[in-house]
Design a protein around this ligand. Structure first.
Ligand code: UFG
Length: 328
């Protein structure tokens, strides 16, 4: 596919896996990232520009210089807990800067957009697995910002004919098989990388946030989906948009839910290590259960996730973890 794609936030965890897949597919990739949370070393292909999507003159330069076929937008703050304490940082970064990006696209007549949305738009589900027509009532500012962007996109389609795909990720996990790129947050807050640090003795224990949820073992249930399967879904969405497809919204998950305790047990199997656990209070903003139905994208775009079990996903994260340690 010989297309030119702007990947905003391409130095982040999911963006970097996307950049790699686009390059493998033969696309010409420009990455724009101001590196507030991303890492330069995760961008190993394409052109890298350090800058903000909220900078109109930089966007004007970029859009004038390159005839982009589409823009993919991964640049967001994404921690539910942090968003509860710093909502304005989330509204500024996730919403206001996206307004600037879309403004730039409209000024330069770029009309295809793929947006990283989230399961957090649904809030506490009333039916599981969650389908795309489930009501949206986020329980945290992070989810509110993502839902606001989705609504803005619908308005932009109506007003400017901007066609978009919003992909509602459930819990992204794992790393590329090469172990050359993977999850790299500082500080790390996500369950699987922290569990692996505890398995490796880099931290004393894993804290389990909440053991009194209405779930079989009392801990939160999430739907973990491999990061390269997410990237693959973007490729299909890109194809569909470039072929003249209409705007749409899809869930991306595996349809399987695992509790925090189950994730820890699987990580013990993969690593062969005992993982010390400390029970801790609930983390504000966490819904009890988030499990996706991804039937819509499978049916409409033919998405077929390659990673169908959590141990395989954790294995790729463990390989990345060990490689990182070797390189330190
Ligand atoms: N958890 C712990 N201990 C930890 C870290 C996490 O018990 O040290 C628990 C959390 O409370 C939660 C589960 O593990 O119940 C998963 O937590 P993560 O932080 O890994 O992921 P979240 O479910 O909070 O959020 C992720 C993304 C969001 C996205 C959401 C959608 O970070 O951007 O998935 O499901 F919205």
């Amino acid at each position: 596919m010989n297309k030119k794609i702007l990947v905003v936030g391409g130095a982040g965890y999911i963006g970097a896996h996307m950049v790699r897949q686009l390059a493998i597919a033969g696309c010409d990739v420009v990455v724009l990232d101001s590196l507030p949370t991303g890492s330069r070393k995760l961008v190993q292909v394409g052109e890298f520009i350090q800058g903000s999507l909220g900078d109109p003159s930089l966007l004007d330069r970029l859009f004038a210089e390159h005839a982009f076929d589409a823009v993919m937008h991964f640049a967001a703050f994404s921690q539910v807990g942090e968003s509860m304490h710093q909502p304005l940082a989330y509204y500024r970064n996730n919403l206001a800067e996206t307004v600037a990006l879309l403004d730039g696209m409209v000024r330069h007549d770029v009309k295809r957009f793929i947006f990283s949305s989230t399961a957090a738009v649904y809030g506490e589900p009333v039916a599981t697995p969650i389908t795309e027509d489930h009501s949206c009532a986020p329980t945290n500012p992070y989810g509110n910002t993502k839902l606001a962007v989705e609504r803005m996109l619908a308005d932009c389609d109506e007003a400017y004919g901007l066609k978009y795909t919003a992909l509602r990720y459930f819990n992204a996990a794992g790393a590329d098989e090469s172990a050359e790129i993977g999850e790299l947050h500082d500080p790390e807050t996500h369950l699987i990388p922290i569990v692996l640090k505890a398995a490796d003795g880099l931290i004393d224990h894993i804290q389990v946030f909440g053991t009194d949820y209405p779930t079989p073992d009392g801990t939160c249930i999430r739907d973990y989906v491999h990061v390269n399967d997410l990237a693959q879904a973007h490729m299909l969405a890109l194809d569909a948009l470039l072929e003249g497809g209409e705007s749409s919204i899809y869930n991306l998950g595996s349809s399987n839910g695992y509790s925090v305790r189950e994730v820890i047990a699987k990580a013990e199997r993969v690593t062969g290590k005992k993982i010390p656990v400390v029970e801790a209070p609930r983390r504000p903003g966490d819904p009890a259960i988030l499990v996706a139905s991804s039937e819509k994208i499978q049916r409409e775009l033919g998405w077929a996730p390659a990673y169908d079990n959590l141990e395989k996903i954790i294995q790729t994260a463990w390989n990345w973890h060990l490689k990182q340690k070797m390189n330190e």
